[in-house]
Design a protein around this ligand. Structure first.
Ligand code: FES
Ligand SMILES: [Fe+2]
Length: 427
């Protein structure tokens, strides 16, 4: 449980709040590249950390993310004309470039130099890995963009998507580092029947079903936390190593089916980017650092209809709070644990059911919540340090984010560090 003051600090992300200021020190995925794919495309609304913004790609392909409101008399820039290297407000024609400079002010006399005195708020933006990243912190502290392996992979080895989640970012993230819930929330009832110990075709689901109270090891690292869940698997241990990377990224352990290593070396991950205090974009990716996806994988990971969907044109899940996630009680009796179809829908149902902002003052945490306690402690410390003038060292250390998650079986006499080369940094 948390004190009310700490819960407020953890969850509030507006300008001037301790957590809001901390998150603004990091580059964040703000929108998908596909949302502004062409030069002079339609501008799109972006809301992030409670700020309303508009994104556009100019005639030369440069990306601008500017205030949603014109600095003249506050008309909405969403209605603007994106033309000849700038976004023009349609009320009186003031035009702004991607850096926020006012480049034309046709409503003022030609001899006026007023336009040189006016800027629209704008933030640096960079396209990488299918996302447009934004930096909203102090300009003189702008770091390198974090070096995530997935974001640097070729197009055919990566799928990136996002979906709206109607709750605070922190409780959504806490689901992503909660390795124990896979033995329950996401189970098909068939998987709950343990297979014989000597069955050679066991999958991740079988191992998770066979031992439902894993032992957790949380290692504090330079990038965040290495969260290792160890389950008994006959003569071996079954390890799932989830990575938490500050401030809101995770790498999910791959699935194993047969054998002793990750299947095809494919892994996934999330970023939880706050829209405001009560909504979050849940970003998801699937990647394979060693080869292109095959056709089956392209379908399975499809950004709209695949495993993280299905979502509509506005990236809102079709199964959502408004329709009880399409729960089917017969399916819950006969087929799966929740009666809800799809892993992200199951996650959203329980995370959103906690309320828009989870009341952590009345929780009862158990031993399986170690990773969640560690996450809160770390983020609160970072936010408090920043309030005291100590900058987060992680924000300016791009290379520390170049790591992977892992799943493997290892002899019981081996430590986690001996278990898999795959776990180590990617270069
Ligand atoms: S309000 Fe935008 S130009 Fe007047
Ligand atoms: Fe989950």
């Amino acid at each position: 449980m948390l004190r009310q003051s700490d819960n407020d600090m953890l969850t509030r992300v507006g300008e001037g709040t301790p957590m809001g200021e901390l998150l603004r020190r990091f580059w964040m995925p703000a929108l998908l590249e596909e949302e502004i794919s062409e030069p002079d495309c339609d501008p799109v609304r972006v809301r992030i950390l409670g700020e309303d913004l508009v994104a556009f790609k100019d005639t030369d392909g440069n990306i601008g993310i500017v205030d949603a409101y014109c600095p003249h008399r506050r008309a909405g820039m969403f209605f603007g004309r994106n033309e000849e290297c700038g976004l023009r407000c349609v009320y009186h024609g003031w035009k702004f470039d991607v850096d926020g400079n006012c480049v034309e002010m046709p409503s003022e006399p030609a001899e006026s130099d007023f336009k040189h005195k006016v800027k629209i708020k704008s933030y640096p933006a960079v396209a990488k890995g299918g996302a447009v990243w934004i930096y909203m912190g102090p300009p003189d502290l702008k770091p390198e963009i974090p070096n995530f392996e997935w974001a640097g992979l070729p197009e055919k080895q990566l799928v990136v998507t996002k979906r709206l989640q109607e709750c605070n970012w922190a409780q959504a993230l806490e689901g992503g580092i909660d390795s124990s819930h896979i033995s329950f929330l996401h189970r098909n009832l068939e998987d709950l029947k343990p297979k014989p110990e000597n069955d050679k075709n066991k999958s991740s689901a079988d191992f998770a079903a066979a031992d439902r109270h894993p032992v957790f090891f949380i290692d504090e690292t330079d990038y965040g936390h290495r969260i290792s869940a160890r389950r008994n698997a006959g003569d071996d241990y079954y390890w799932r190593v989830t990575q938490f990377l500050v401030p809101f990224h995770t790498l999910i352990p791959p699935q194993i089916k047969e054998g002793r290593d990750c299947v095809g070396h494919s892994y996934a991950g999330h970023a939880w980017v706050p829209i405001d205090d009560e909504n979050v974009w849940t970003w998801s990716f699937n990647c394979n650092p060693t080869r292109e996806f095959n056709e089956w994988e392209e379908n399975f990971f499809h950004p709209r209809t695949g495993m993280w969907g299905p979502i509509d044109d506005d990236y809102k899940p079709l199964a959502n709070k408004g329709n009880e996630y399409l729960i089917d009680r017969k399916v819950q009796t006969d087929d799966n644990y929740t009666g809800i179809l799809g892993i992200p829908n199951q996650d959203a149902a329980v995370q959103e059911s906690m309320g828009l902002i989870c009341d952590r003052t009345s929780e009862r945490l158990g031993t399986s919540d170690k990773a969640i306690i560690a996450f809160r402690k770390r983020l609160l410390k970072m936010a408090k340090d920043l309030e005291a003038g100590i900058e987060p060292p992680e924000a300016s250390a791009s290379e520390i984010f170049n790591i992977r998650s892992a799943t493997y079986l290892a002899d019981t006499d081996k430590s986690i560090d001996e278990g898999s080369d795959w776990l180590t940094k990617t270069q």
